[in-house]
Write a protein that binds this ligand. Structure first.
Ligand code: SF4
Ligand code: SF4
Length: 288
């Protein structure tokens, strides 16, 4: 299975819109939303089956049995995450606890134990196509591990799919690093703004660490032609292919607000997305 990951250095570049268009154009039998902090690919990809939901357990959390606690204060003094509060009795702050287990070891009364904690849910839609996604619970810090589970879930169920399209997270944090592992190609959606160029350069550097193919496409290119040309020259300088330009298109917003993809309607961005898709597939399946 070839895996194409779509990334952007920041949110709001149109990454998910393009991912949705690509999934439809490819008639992809497998796809995933790895933006576990704010998944929204399901909003543009209509599903015909009910999802299977599975609790995802991240880091365990410490729990104090107040009946056994003699208030010696050792746990509070040794918790480097300042997760233990005292207000008449000793309590662990759920959101601050990193599950390191120091307090459990140090407590002379064995009053502390680590308990499994639900950090989110994995969601799987599976009929003739497989769509794997997840949602991280507020305050849970294991987004990278959850992304790995999303991909694992997709790979297990869609073993025979020729192509998988993955919508990644914005930025360069843990979920992006986790989504990069094992993919065949990364398409970076860049915006022609000063911050867009800087974010693009950072995500290119990150993707290159994984020795995967990288290509760039420029969304809303006509909002700043000078910067669009800067992006193209930069890519040329470092031998990175440019898969194309997509214009700003108010019809794209209308399509998204009606839960449609830009390729479901006749619009300039949809036509450009088709060309970018064809180029991307050419790069993905080419030998060199
Ligand atoms: S280390 Fe144990 S006994 Fe001491 S305050 Fe903490 S929970 Fe209570
Ligand atoms: S498990 Fe670690 S982070 Fe959590 S309360 Fe205990 S010492 Fe603090």
């Amino acid at each position: 299975m070839k895996q194409l990951l779509i990334l952007s250095g920041k949110g709001g570049t149109g990454k998910t819109t393009l991912a949705g268009a690509f999934i439809k154009l490819a008639k992809a039998k497998a796809y995933a939303d790895c933006d576990v902090d704010a998944p929204n690919l399901h909003l543009v990809m209509e599903q015909s089956v009910a999802p299977k939901r599975t609790d995802y357990y991240g880091l365990p959390k410490a729990v104090i049995n107040t009946d056994q606690c003699l208030q010696c204060d050792l746990c509070r003094q040794n918790c480097r995450f300042e997760a233990i509060n005292v207000n008449h009795e000793y309590k662990v702050d759920y959101y601050s606890c990193e599950g390191c287990g120091v307090c459990e070891i140090i407590c002379p009364e064995n009053a502390i134990s680590l308990k499994p904690a639900v950090a989110g849910e994995l969601v799987l839609y599976a009929d003739e196509t497989v769509f794997s996604t997840a949602r991280l619970k507020m305050g849970s810090g294991t987004s990278g591990m959850l992304v790995t589970e999303v991909k694992k879930q997709m790979n297990l169920v869609a073993k025979d799919a020729e192509l998988a399209i993955i919508d990644g997270s914005p930025g360069i944090g843990c979920p992006v690093i986790a989504s990069l592992s094992g993919v065949d190609m990364v398409l970076i959606v860049a915006e022609p703004s000063i911050s867009g160029i800087s974010d693009m350069e950072r995500i290119i550097k990150t993707a290159e660490q994984f020795q995967t193919r990288v290509a760039v496409c420029i969304n809303k290119y006509d909002t700043n032609l000078v910067n669009t040309e800067k992006i193209e020259s930069f890519c040329k300088k470092i031998n990175l292919p440019v898969a194309g330009r997509i214009p700003f298109d108010s019809n794209a917003v209308k399509a998204i607000n009606s839960a449609l993809s830009i390729i479901d309607i006749d619009c300039t961005s949809g036509r450009a997305a088709r060309e970018v898709f064809a180029k991307t597939v050419e790069f993905l399946f080419s030998k060199s």
